[in-house]
Each structure stands twice: as C-alpha cells, then as structure tokens.
Design a binder for this molecule. Sequence first.
Ligand code: ASP
Length: 302
Amino acid sequence: MGKVVFAIHGGAGSIDIPPEKEQEYRDTMRSAIRAGKERLDKNDSGVAAVEAAIRILEDSVLFNAGKGAVFTTDASHELDASIMYGENLQAGSVTGVKHIKNPITLAHKMINNSPHVMLAGEGAEKFGMEQGVETVTQDYFYSNRRWQSLLEAKNESGEQNEFGTVGAIALDKNENLAAGTSTGGLTNKAVGRIGDSPIIGAGTYANNEGVAVSATGKGEVFMRGTAASDINALVQYQNWSIENAASEVVQKRLPVLGGTGGVIALNRQGQFASPHSSQNLLYGYVTEDDEIFIDLFPDGAI
Ligand code: ASP
C-alpha cells in the first residue's frame, strides 16, 4: 500500500448494509474522501480536510451524524463533535448540540475563535450563533430508519449499538496530522449523555509525534479506556507500530472493559491501521497517488 494521506470511517456495529444501499454508501464515502484529499492537494491544513469530509458525511442521512443522527430516549437529537491538530495539539469540541447543522464546523471554530477546548449544549449553540454557523430545527435530523431503531430499542428497553458515527484523519503536505469525529451518539441514550466522540483522548486524538485517531463504538468503554490517547502513547512513548498499538487497544484492552468498536489511525509516515472488535467497521482511505480504497465489509472481526 502507498502512503495513506487521508482516511474516513462511517461507524462500527453489527448491522449489515442492505445490498440496495451499498452503492449509496460507497458514493457518499468516496465523495467525502475526495473532498478531504482535494483540500490536502490545495495545501490546506489537515484540519480543514477533516472538516470538509465530515461535513459531507454529516449531510448524508446514511450516517449517525448531523442529518440521520440517532434519537435520545426522549426522541430528540443531541450531537457531539471534536477535531484536533497534531502539530500544536490544539483542539475544539462541542457536545449536546441540538440545532447546529454541522457540529464539526462548530468544533473547528472552537480552535480558532474560542479560548476554550469544549462547549456544551446551550453555550455551544450560543457560540455557534455568534460564529454564524448554520442552525436548523430538530426535525431536520429526522430519519425514519433511526426512528424505527428508537422504537426497537424501547421495546427491548435498552440502548442499541447503532452504525454510523463518522470520523476522518489526515496527513497534510506539511506533514502535520489531524483527526475529527462527529456523532449523534447511541440510540435511546439518556438526555445529556456524552460519549467518547467529543472527548479529546477518548474518541479523537492527533499528535505529530504519534498518531491521528478517530474512534467509533461503545463510547463509555472508549472513555474509560482513554482509547485514542492510549494508542498514541503506545506509538509515541513505546515505539509500537501503529498496527500493533491500535489493535492492542481496540481488540484486547477495550473488550475487557465490556465494549466493542473500531478506530482508524494514521502516522506521519502515512502508515494506516483500522482494527475493529465489532462485527463491522465502515472505512476508506486515499493514498498520496489518489488510489481510493473503501471497505464496507472488512474481514477479521471477532
Ligand atoms: N462512540 C459513539 C458514542 O458512544 C457511538 C458510535 O461510535 O457508534 O457516542
């Protein structure tokens, strides 16, 4: 495989993609990957590339981020997103937003225009309005598929491990890493519940000395296991290979804590890893020579 410069994921889980939807998934993932790569080719920062790709995935009803996000237990949507630069460890994060069309854009604005790393709920939305990001009413996020999942989860009286959190990682022309993640969280989650996706070091991390990581899976376990930061630490401080570090955390340490999922990870040499312990992980990447690879049904899950 050539040097990977940009990669995305579309969530981990157990639900297979229906054959009639397969092409739509591939097309949407391909346009997100292309959008990220185009920004890198224009010499934009990895963070700009990550935002551009995630916006496309947030705008697609196929994924559990932005439009198509899952429902909370009271049938509302609460969205989380975070983004990070590997060069200077700057990071931005928003959690529990209900009216922001593209939470990843708001997270990115946190880096440039706020002294804080993370804003929640009402405060995050107020900041969004000051920044002029696009706002929507809750019905914008509605999809019948996620509504049915909520009803099913309520019948089974529990949360479901839903497919479709999105993430992206980049290696830009200045050899800086970046990572970002955006999600609606878990179906039937409690109001106010925060998962790993907006938590720097759990669902998202980027450090030029180590790796860029975006995670997906049972957020509580990724938080308790400081998943993204642990993968980085094994690479940065213990000199582990990216492949070994990512699979150690995802396939050995997190399942012991009681949860499954997957990550995409990339280092400054353009080495890429995508281990998962869930049945499936949707992901794709592009090399510096514009070779695009998309995997909707990876082997090797346990
Ligand atoms: N990690 C996300 C969360 O717990 C959900 C997912 O990745 O499917 O909020």
